[in-house]
Design a protein around this ligand. Structure first.
Ligand SMILES: Nc1ncnc2c1ncn2[C@@H]1O[C@H](COP(=O)(O)OP(=O)(O)OP(=O)(O)O)[C@@H](O)[C@H]1O
Length: 270
């Protein structure tokens, strides 16, 4: 137990490897406006490869907005203006115009499972088919690999042709993760992926996230402080559109530098 009362998973690999980590996403002086209203203020952070980075903070502080800037999902909203730069693998994603390619590289999983009303198989194969993969054998392999990667293969392997909507909420969310994996992304963004799930399904998804970071860089928005402490290597604390503190999760939850971080994680506000 830490000084703040939140149980922190000591992540020795993070600490020992600190010097060797590569920056996957570099954000510099990022401002975002919805029309006249500024929602993000001069955000500058580095997100590291093969780590889980948690974004925490009270409702309306800009976590989801920030997450959506990482694959240009805010482009879909009228009146959004962005200043600053976001480099992914040293490439400025707001200068490169291939947004489709970007969203393939940076996948996303939402709060509520948003599966299509089709079979489990077709849900997972949909993206690869859209990318032009036609070979049945290749699609079969992608579907199996993705479902295994999302730790749900054993539960669904005998019912791949049945409707995905017949699965439980927790299973549907893991199919959504499989669907993201099927696109072979480097980065997976997760916006409160367990907030609609029961504790057992939540734990399964958390275990999955922990395993997935070997292959992917994961950025997760969560309202659940214990979850951030359990699954993430680093945590950014957002408040009123600013990043107040960004550090190793073990530090944020044991000896935060800023009084506002401490007040938030100990439940004094938010
Ligand atoms: N499409 C939009 N148009 C205008 N304002 C928006 C839009 N989306 C978000 N905002 C505003 O931007 C600010 C940040 O919202 P955002 O959803 O990013 O916060 P959040 O920290 O993710 O909140 P929550 O934890 O409640 O999901 C809020 O003031 C919100 O009202």
């Amino acid at each position: 137990m830490s000084a703040t009362g939140i149980k922190v998973r000591m992540n020795h690999s993070t600490i020992l490897n600190e010097q060797e980590k590569d920056v996957k996403i570099n954000v510099q002086n990022l401002d975002l406006f919805y029309g006249e209203k500024q929602a993000l203020f001069s955000i500058s952070i580095d997100i590291f490869e093969n780590e889980v980075t948690a974004l925490i903070g009270p409702s309306g502080c800009g976590k989801s907005t920030f997450l959506r800037t990482l694959n240009r999902m805010n482009d879909l909203i009228d009146g959004v203006k962005i200043n600053g730069t976001i480099n992914i693998d040293n490439e400025d994603i707001y200068k490169s115009t291939d947004v489709i390619k970007l969203r393939t590289k940076v996948g996303m999983v939402f709060q509520k499972a948003n599966l299509f009303p089709m079979s489990i198989y077709d849900n997972v194969a949909y993206g690869p088919k859209m990318q032009g993969i036609k070979s049945k054998k290749e699609l079969n392999e992608i579907v199996e690999k993705s479902l295994r990667g999302a730790a749900i293969w054993d539960e669904v392997k005998d019912r791949l042709k049945t409707s995905a909507l017949g699965l439980s909420g927790g299973q549907q969310q893991r199919i959504c993760i499989a669907r993201a994996i099927a696109m072979k992304p480097d980065i997976i963004l997760m916006d409160e992926p367990t907030s609609a799930l029961d504790p057992i399904s939540t734990l399964k998804v958390e275990e999955l996230i922990e395993n997935m970071k070997k292959e992917y860089t994961i950025v997760i928005v969560t309202h659940n402080m214990q979850q951030a402490a359990r699954v993430s290597d680093r945590t950014a604390f957002f408040l009123n559109g600013e990043v107040v503190e960004y550090d190793l999760t073990s530090k944020i939850f044991s000896v935060p530098s800023d009084k506002r971080t401490e007040d938030y994680i100990t439940g004094r506000f938010g």
